[in-house]
Design a binder for this molecule. Sequence first.
Ligand code: AMP
Length: 282
Amino acid sequence: MMQIFKTRAEVTGFSEQQRAAGKEIGFVPTMGALHAGHISLVNHSKAENDVTVVSIFVNPTQFNDKNDFLKYPTSTDQDLEMLLTGGCDAVFLPSVEEIYPEDQSAIAPVVLGYLAQCMEASRRPGHFDGVVQVVDILLRAVQPDRLYLGAKDFQQVKVITALVEQRQWPIKIITAPTIREEDGLAMSSRNRRLSPEQRRVANILFNTLKEISAQAETGSPAVLTKSYIEKLNQTAGLKVDYLEIVDYQTLRPLENWNQKGNNLVCVAAYLGDIRLIDNLLF
Ligand code: AMP
């Protein structure tokens, strides 16, 4: 049986009941339009916890681009089918009013430092403030033992880790690898909006990340970055938002290569009005 909760009080009650029975809770927050990447997070949680809770909430406060919010795909019935098949125990499916009641008290700030300035943060003003705001509320409601996040949103993992650490919550964060389509395109809810032509070229993002990782010895990070931005921008209909080779811990651009495994290349690009991101650790 999979339970569906619409209020914070219900999901908190469920968690308290589970904990009282000695059960450990894994939590997978999502914005719905689920795909195999999300289900992989559910599977990781199921392997390590007694109970798995998934939330589906398209958080308005993290969309800096109104059009992106309005066009964000939803498929709740299909999502619930997938979660039932995937063996999820409980789904938290709140309304916007449930998450953001009018009398809400302001949340304590989280210090993000450079995380709030680089890459996604600089291109999407206010985005991580919205992420912190909603994840703070979701974690208070669900109170999980373990939180499952995707490496595809690498900077987001860092931001949420800062939130959990600064709140001193006893929640373990697990980062799961990016699940890809056969041609390498990172699975994303936004992929549903790609036209057949855009879909055909979209795997150039991951191919570029792989090429950069393979060529690390042939040039400096700065030289490779510049040449691959130019190369990507030659693809019809594609516009690079950023391409950066950074330290995987600080996310600061690399002047010289780190030792193997500590280099991270991150890309964001528009295909038409659809913004896709990806990254590769190497
Ligand atoms: P979203 O619904 O896009 O907000 O994503 C919910 C969670 O799923 C986040 O932790 C994402 O990083 C993760 N996720 C999204 N796409 C993938 C993917 N292709 N592989 C693994 N995790 C993913």
